[in-house]
Each structure stands twice: as structure tokens, then as C-alpha cells.
Design a binder for this molecule. Sequence first.
Ligand code: FE2
Ligand code: FE2
Ligand code: FE2
Length: 181
Amino acid sequence: MNQMTSDNLRSAFGGESQAHMRYLIWGDVAEKEGFPNVKRLFQATSDAERVHATLHFKALKDVSGDFAVTSMAGFGINSTSENLEGAKNGEIFESTQMYPAYIAVAEMQGEKEAVKAMKFATAAEEVHAERYQTAKDAVDSGKDLDVEKILLCPVCGYITFDDTEEACPICGAKKAVFVEY
Ligand code: FE2
Ligand code: FE2
Ligand code: FE2
């Protein structure tokens, strides 16, 4: 595999792995603050990042060399409102800066599997940012996130609160495979 795309995939794997853990920790904070639905959103999105990390790991053909990790927005534990802001900003960074640059390199190098993995992730991160904003708006007005179901597409990491969607708008997976939180 080309070195630059290999480095980028490793970096993206590191970022996704950290986001996976960070969201679990922030979910515990949300629960302590009395926002159980925000906790569920953090859990679902944590698993979405695990999907992305797994796709990148599988696309990596060469796992030797140093493990570079990008600096990500939103570290440390703060209030749930601040955690949600950090979570949203990390998602926006990934979908508007990190992945577009990595995808451009992978396309230039003809790395098809890497391009697919990172395109799924880009589209899912955009949605994650929106869901976190919805949660932050609720928390900032003193309420928990007002949702019943939180559904995760385990193929691409898409998340929806809408139980009437029949298929994933990003990867086309059928609703039957969605995981509920
Ligand atoms: Fe991700
Ligand atoms: Fe995300
Ligand atoms: Fe999907």
C-alpha cells in the first residue's frame, strides 16, 4: 500500500479509536448529570466510531511503522454541554478537514478500499455533528435529549432518531440491520 495513504489510515484509526473511548467516558458524565438519552447517543456514536476504526484497520495493508495520531478537538472531561461541543467539533474537523484531505491522497494513489472506508466515515461524521448539536441544544435548555430510539447503522456508522427510515441513506443497508440504543 502507498505510504502516504497507509500513514493517513493509521492516523484515522487512532483518531476513531480515541473518539470511541472518549464518547463512552462522556456518556458516563451525561448519565451522572441526569441526561440518560444523551448517554445513549454517546454510546451509539461510540460504536459508530468503532465501525470506522474497524473499516480503516481492515483497509490497512501495511501496519508496520510508527503510529501517528492526529490531535483532535475536545479532550478532557467537562460538563456534558462542553463535552457535546467538543464531540461536535471533533466530528466537524473529521468531515471537513481530515477525511477530505486523506481521501484526496487515497484517490490519487488508487487506493479504492481506503477511499470507500473514509467516504463512509465522512458522511457519518457529518450526521454525528448534527445529532450532537441537537443534544447540546436540549442540555443547554436544562433538558435531556428528547428521543425514543437511537439507531446505528453498523455498516457505515450512520445514526438516526427516526424509526421510519427504511434504509441507511449513506450505505444503503436495510433497517433490519440497524442496532438500537
Ligand atoms: Fe468516525
Ligand atoms: Fe463520528
Ligand atoms: Fe450505513
